[in-house]
Design a protein around this ligand. Structure first.
Ligand code: BGC
Length: 759
C-alpha cells in the first residue's frame, strides 16, 4: 500500500530534543559557571577527583550497639585525605531528624576544614517520601502514584518529599525512577510509574517539579535524580540487573521519552542503569552517556553511577580486564561521579589514569564543573546544613492528608460482583491472609531501611489493613486469622472456622517488602499456599473480598476467580490501610486505574500497547488476554461517555486537533473519573501499536453532573520512531478512543516522502 510519509519538519530526532528552558537556579547559569570555573582553577587534581568520588555513610561511621555516629578519624580521612565530594545512604535504619542534623553537621564541619571548603553533597533515596527519616510522611510508591492518574498529587507528594528531605538536611534525592515498568517479573516495577511511556513522563515531570520547585536552591527543594538511564526495566530474564536486549528503535520509542521530558523539566542529576543492553553495560557506553545524553538531550547536570557499577564493569560484566581499566572506560564514557561506594580505589585509579594520559584533564574538569555547579545551585556553599527550626510541617497532619488522598485515589477496584462493595459497617468480617497485618506489605522496600523490613517498628502508629478495618467498624465486628504465611499454610482450619461465623471474608494476599535483587522471582504466580487459602475459604460459600497488596501484578487467576470483589492496593504507603478501609466501607469512592496490564497467565505478559499481531484471530486464542487491562478500574458510581467530537476530520502538521467528550456521573454517589485518550494508527510503515495513551485528565463529578473534557492533539503526539530511528508522523487514518467512544480522523501531509527506500 502506498503511504505518504511525513517526517516532522525537524526531521532529525536530535532536533526534537531541544534543550530545556533554564529554570530558576539554572538561570544564574553564567554567574555560577564563572564561580565554578574560578574554583576549578584553584583545585589540584586530587581535589577534583575527590569531588567525583561518592562513598556510603558506613565508610565514615561507626555503629556500636545500634548507636550510629560519624567517626572522627574516618570522616577526616574521607574529606581531608580524599576530598570526597559526596556521601550517601543511611547506616542501618532510619534516623531521627535530630540525628540527621548531627550527621550532616559533622560532615559539613569537616568539609569546612578542607583547603577549599567545598561542601559535601549528601544523597538519599527519598523515593516515596523521605524514606530514611523516622516520623516522615511516607507516600504510596510510584506504581500506586501512577494509578491515581493525578499529576497534581504527584506534584504535591514531590513538594512534601522535598520539604522533608531538606528537613533531614539532605539536598539530593535519588528519585524519580523513570524506568519503563514493562515486565511484571522485574522486582523494581513498584518503583516505576507503570508500563506506559506517556504516563511515566507526565507523572515523572510532575514529581520533579515538586522536588525542585522554581528554585532548587531554596530551603524547601532538592535536586531530583532521574534514574536509571537507560533501559533498566526490561531484563530478558525479568531478574534485576541481568542482560536486556533492546533495539535502538524501541529504546527511543518507549524508554527514552520520560528522560527527554525530565531533562526539559530541569532535572539536575541522573543515575545510570546498572544493566547491560545488547551486551553493552551502560556504565561503559559512550554512545548512551555522551552522544545521546549530552549530544541529543543536552543534559548539563551530574551523571552519577549506580552502586559499585564501575567496579562491576570488571567483576560482573567483564568488559574491563582490571578495576583501573573499568574506571577509565566509565569516566571516558561520561560518568561524572562514582558511587564507589565502600572504599577509595576509584580515587587512586583515576589520578593515575590522568597522569598516564588515559583520561584527559578536560574530561575531569567537565565532570567537576557539573558537580560543583549543582552544589552552587543547591545553595550548599551558603547553607551547607539547614536550620532545624525551618521545618515545622515535617510529619504534620497537613502532609499526611496528601498521602491519604494519594492512597485513596490509587487503590483500584477491579471487580465488584453485584455491588457487594461498599460493605455495611454493622457486619461481621473475617480478615485473613499474609498481608493483612503488616506495614511491610503496604510500604514495600525503601521504607525505613533498604528492604523495608523494619516498617512494623517505625510505622507502628500507622494502621495495617486489619487495624484499619477494626478501627472502621469496631473490633467486636472483626475476627482475624492469618491462615497462611507468604508461602505456606498456617492454621488454615482456624481461618475456615472463623469464616463460618463471618458475613464477609476480607482475604489479603500479595507480597512482603523487598528491594532490588532480593525481590527476584522464578515464578510470577503467587506462592501456591496463598491460592490454597483462597480456595479453602471460597468453599465456605462466604463472599470473599480479595485484597492484593503487592508491588507487581503477581498471577492470582485461580484465587481471583473465586472472589466476589477484588481490590488492588499496590504499595499504598503508610496511609494505605486506612484508605482501603474507607473504600471497603463506603467512606471513599475508589478511582484508581491500573498503570500496568494485570496478566492472567504467566506466559502471556503482553503490555496494552501490544502489536495488532498479538490480538489473536480465530485460529489463535492464546494472544493478548489479560486478567485486567491497563487503565481499568471501577467506581461505586457509573460514568457515561458521549458526544466525542473532533474539531476537524483532517489534521495537518502545525495544526491542533481539539477533542472534546462529555462525561456524566450516571450513578448515585460522587466520584472521580480518569478520562483516558488513546490513539491508534490504522496503518504505518512500522507495525503500529494497537493503541497508545496520548492524554488523560482526572475529574470529579457529583451524581447527575456532566463535564466536557477537552484535549489537544498535534502531529507530535502521533509520532513514532521508525526503522531508521527517526521520530516521524506518517500520514493516514487514526482512531481516537475515549471510554466506549471512538472517532476517526486523517493526518494529512503534503510533504514528499523521504524514507529510506525500503518498500
Ligand atoms: C539502586 C539505586 C539507588 C542506589 C543508592 C542502588 O542499588 O539501584 O536506585 O539510588 O542504590 O541507594
Amino acid at each position: 500500500m502506498k503511504r505518504i510519509i511525513f517526517i516532522l519538519s525537524a526531521v532529525c530526532f536530535n532536533v526534537l530534543l531541544l534543550a530545556a528552558q533554564p529554570k530558576k537556579g539554572q538561570s544564574q547559569g553564567s554567574d555560577i559557571d564563572k564561580k565554578v570555573d574560578a574554583l576549578i582553577a584553584k583545585m589540584t587534581l586530587e581535589e577534583k577527583v575527590g569531588q567525583m568520588t561518592e562513598v556510603t555513610s558506613d565508610v565514615v561511621s561507626t555503629t556500636t550497639n545500634g548507636a550510629h555516629q560519624i567517626d572522627a578519624a574516618k570522616i577526616k580521612e574521607a574529606i581531608l585525605k580524599y576530598h570526597v565530594g559526596s556521601i550517601l545512604n543511611v547506616s542501618g535504619q532510619a534516623y531521627t531528624r535530630e540525628h540527621w542534623y548531627e550527621v550532616v553537621s559533622a560532615i559539613q564541619a569537616e568539609a569546612a576544614k578542607d583547603r577549599l571548603k567545598i561542601p559535601v553533597i549528601y544523597g538519599i533515596d527519598a523515593i516515596h517520601g523521605v524514606t530514611y527519616t523516622a516520623g516522615s510522611t511516607l507516600f504510596p510508591h510510584e506504581i500506586a502514584m501512577a494509578a491515581t492518574f493525578n499529576r497534581d498529587i504527584a506534584y504535591k507528594a514531590g513538594e512534601i518529599t522535598a520539604y522533608e528531605t531538606r528537613a533531614s538536611y539532605i539536598p539530593w534525592n535519588y528519585s524519580p525512577v523513570l524506568d519503563l515498568g514493562k515486565s511484571p517479573l522485574w522486582p523494581r516495577i513498584y518503583e516505576t510509574f507503570g508500563e506506559d511511556p506517556y504516563l511515566i513522563k507526565t507523572m515523572g515531570t510532575s514529581i520533579i517539579k515538586g522536588y525542585q520547585g522554581n528554585d532548587v536552591g531554596d530551603k524547601y527543594h532538592v535536586a531530583a535524580c532521574m534514574k536509571h538511564y537507560l533501559g533498566y526495566g526490561y531484563p530478558v530474564s525479568g531478574k534485576d540487573r541481568t542482560p536486556a536486549w533492546i533495539p535502538d528503535r524501541y529504546m527511543r520509542e518507549y524508554f527514552l521519552p520520560p528522560f527527554i521530558e525530565a531533562v526539559k523539566a530541569g532535572a539536575r542529576t541522573i543515575m545510570i542503569n546498572s544493566g547491560e543492553i545488547n551486551g553493552v553495560p551502560i556504565h561503559g557506553s559512550k554512545y548512551m552517556l555522551t552522544d545521546v545524553l549530552r549530544g541529543e538531550l543536552h543534559f548539563d547536570g551530574i551523571a552519577v553511577s549506580d552502586w559499585r557499577d564501575i567496579e562491576y564493569l570488571h567483576d560482573r560484566h567483564h568488559i574491563a580486564a582490571t578495576q583501573k581499566e573499568a574506571v577509565m572506560i566509565a569516566v571516558n564514557a561520561g560518568i561524572d561521579m562514582s558511587m564507589v561506594p565502600y572504599e577509595y580505589s576509584f580515587y587512586n585509579y583515576l589520578i593515575e589514569l590522568v597522569h598516564e594520559g588515559k583520561v584527559s584533564m578536560a574530561r575531569v574538569n567537565e565532570a567537576v564543573h557539573r558537580i560543583l555547579k549543582v552544589k552552587y545551585q543547591l545553595g550548599l556553599f551558603e547553607r551547607p546544613v539547614g536550620n532545624p527550626n525551618d521545618y515545622p510541617k515535617f510529619g504534620s497532619d497537613e502532609f499526611r492528608q496528601v498521602s491519604v488522598q494519594a492512597a485513596t485515589e490509587a487503590i483500584t477496584l477491579l471487580k465488584n460482583n453485584n455491588n457487594i462493595l461498599p460493605l455495611k459497617k454493622n457486619i461481621k468480617v473475617l480478615v485473613t491472609g499474609p498481608t493483612a497485618n503488616t506495614m511491610r506489605s503496604l510500604d514495600g522496600g525503601w521504607s525505613y531501611n533498604w528492604q523495608g523490613d523494619q516498617a512494623d517498628k517505625f510505622a507502628a502508629d500507622k494502621n495495617t489493613i486489619l487495624e484499619a478495618i477494626q478501627q472502621k467498624i469496631g473490633k467486636g465486628n472483626v475476627s482475624y486469622e492469618p491462615g497462611a504465611t507468604f508461602d505456606s499454610l498456617k492454621n488454615v482450619n482456624d481461618a475456615v472456622k472463623a469464616a463460618k461465623n463471618a458475613d464477609v471474608i476480607v482475604l489479603c494476599l500479595g507480597e512482603l517488602s523487598y528491594t532490588e535483587n532480593v525481590g527476584n522471582i522464578d515464578d510470577l504466580n503467587l506462592p501456591w499456599a496463598q491460592t490454597q487459602l483462597a480456595m479453602e475459604l471460597a468453599k465456605t460459600g462466604k463472599p470473599v473480598i480479595l485484597v492484593l497488596a503487592e508491588g507487581r501484578p503477581r498471577i492470582v487467576t485461580q484465587a481471583e476467580s473465586r472472589s466476589a470483589a477484588t481490590v488492588m492496593t499496590y504499595l499504598a504507603g503508610n496511609e494505605g490501610g486506612d484508605a482501603l478501609a474507607s473504600i471497603l466501607f463506603g467512606d471513599a469512592n475508589p478511582s484508581g486505574r491500573l498503570p500496568v496490564t494485570y496478566p492472567k497467565y504467566p506466559n502471556s505478559l503482553n503490555n496494552y500497547y501490544r502489536k495488532n499481531l498479538e490480538n489473536g484471530n480465530s485460529d489463535d486464542s492464546h494472544s493478548y488476554n489479560p486478567l485486567y487491562e491497563f487503565g481499568f478500574g471501577l467506581s461505586y458510581t457509573t460514568f457515561g461517555y458521549g458526544n466525542l467530537h473532533l474539531s476537524k476530520p483532517n489534521l495537518k502538521a502545525n495544526e491542533t486537533l481539539t477533542v472534546t467528550i462529555d462525561v456524566k456521573n450516571t450513578g448515585t454517589v460522587e466520584g472521580k473519573e480518569s478520562v483516558l485518550l488513546y490513539t491508534s494508527q490504522m496503518y504505518a510503515s512500522i507495525a503500529p501499536d494497537t493503541k497508545r495513551l496520548r492524554a488523560y485528565d482526572k475529574i470529579s463529578l457529583k451524581p447527575g453532573e456532566s463535564k466536557t473534557v477537552t484535549f489537544k492533539i498535534t502531529a507530535k503526539d502521533l509520532a513514532f520512531v521508525n526503522d531508521i530511528s527517526k521520530t516521524v508522523t506518517e500520514a493516514g487514518e487514526f482512531k481516537i478512543q475515549i471510554g466506549d467512544q471512538t472517532q476517526s480522523f486523517n493526518f494529512i501531509s503534503n510533504t514528499v516522502p523521504s524514507r529510506t527506500g525500503r518498500l
